[in-house]
Design a binder for this molecule. Structure first.
Ligand SMILES: Cc1ncc(COP(=O)(O)O)c(C=O)c1O
Length: 386
């Protein structure tokens, strides 16, 4: 039995994930945080800092910048200078900052759908038009719609920014070198900046290798703002803390100026947790990936045996994208809640007929969730054949 097997009670801890279903028996498997305790080294470092008892303004630790640059070099063979790192309180704040300061009022943003919902709301928050390009779907296997994007950029010459999600929440894809280089090429041809949200980059399964968009070519380096964070990987969303890598000095200046006085500082605990996660917790991450892979495989097998639901292959993230359209449900969210499982509703990602399931939980919880889903679907009289 591993630490990841421990079923921990998160009720009463002000957890958004668990509070939604407070007082019910519904298993929350929606928002993207994990039901696992963070590495002990992080808990210890926070306890030690708490005991100090003074919480004034922090400066960004030099050691953290050095740890980040060393990590980017080790994981992606990517040479980044310390001054190319810009800390952000969160990636959603960064997405909004990019829409606000890189896109003028008469210009627009483009993204591929289905996608993490702040990609859809960030342009709208700043009254920037958004072009939504559906991903290609070949029987549940998704690919990036490069050709359709190129056509849209050619037609809508006011497009100035691509919001790119890789690894791709919710469809679980890890974009490959071909998809990325074709995407960079069309952005280069059409003067489109790229904001590449790579928050899930350390949650890549099956020993596959993540490729940061900015490393694809010289053009990619010039065009791209890369956003990364330890918060998904090490379960630190409540503490917050992320960073952008911006190689192009002009782009960096524009982006940083756009956030001045708006984007809040990082907290004492963001800096500490980021540093310890990246510096000391690699064995924990490796164990986590093994656990998530086993959960993913178990879930895929169980879903495959349920008539009327299918699951896209998950190459990265701990999120499964389920096609439930064959069940012909009037209200899919309510159906699964009635079954005792709280999922994320597809339409929030622009994915009608789909649900997203977060499998970052102890296996015991996942087994129970699968049993509940299977029973509910089997009891449906209108289930279509597989
Ligand atoms: C693709 C993606 N970007 C950003 C976030 C959230 O980032 P943050 O909490 O740093 O704003 C999430 C959370 O699920 C995500 O999936």
């Amino acid at each position: 039995m591993s630490d990841f097997d421990l079923v921990l009670d998160r009720r009463g801890s002000n957890s958004a994930k668990w509070d939604r279903y407070a007082g019910t028996d519904i298993l929350p498997m929606w928002v993207a945080d994990m039901d696992f305790k963070v590495p002990q080294q992080i808990i210890d470092a926070i306890s030690e800092r708490t005991a100090h008892g003074i919480f004034g303004y922090d400066s960004a630790p030099i050691e953290l910048k050095e740890v980040i640059t060393a990590r980017l070099e080790i994981l992606y063979d990517w040479e980044v200078a310390i001054e190319e790192i810009v800390f952000l309180p969160g990636i959603v704040a960064g997405l909004n900052q990019a829409c606000r300061c890189l896109v003028g009022p008469d210009e627009s943003v483009i993204t591929a759908t289905p996608v993490y919902s702040p990609f859809l709301s960030a342009p709208e928050n700043w009254k920037r038009k958004l072009h939504r390009i559906p991903c290609n779907n070949a029987q549940g296997t998704w690919s990036f719609p490069v050709e359709q994007m190129a056509a849209s950029m050619a037609e809508n010459t006011e497009i100035r920014l691509l919001l790119l999600c890789n690894p791709f929440n919710p469809i679980g894809r890890l974009l490959d070198a071909g998809e990325l280089s074709n995407t960079v090429e069309i952005c280069h041809e059409n003067n489109v900046w790229i904001c590449s949200d790579e928050i899930h980059c350390e949650l890549v399964l099956d020993d596959k290798r993540h490729i940061p968009t900015a490393t694809i070519s010289r053009e990619a380096e010039e065009l791209t703002i890369t956003m990364m964070a330890p918060t998904k990987t090490f379960n630190l969303a409540g503490l917050g803390g992320s960073f952008a890598v911006i190689k192009n000095p002009g782009l960096r200046e524009k982006f940083v100026r756009g956030g001045k006085g708006m984007t809040s500082r990082l907290t004492t605990f963001s800096y500490i947790s980021m540093l310890v996660a990246y510096r000391d917790c690699e064995p924990w991450r490796k164990d986590l990936l093994r656990y998530l892979q086993a959960n993913r495989d178990y879930l895929a097998k169980r879903i495959d045996a349920i008539a009327g639901i299918s699951m896209s292959p998950v190459e990265a993230t701990y999120l499964a994208w389920l096609d439930v359209s064959m069940l012909k449900l009037d209200d899919a969210m309510a159906f699964f809640e009635a079954a005792g499982v709280g999922l994320s509703d597809g339409p929030q990602f622009d994915g009608q007929g789909y649900m997203r399931l977060n499998f970052a939980c102890p296996m015991e919880t996942l087994v129970e969730a699968c049993d509940r889903i299977e029973n509910a679907v089997n009891n449906l009289s209108n289930t279509a054949g597989k």
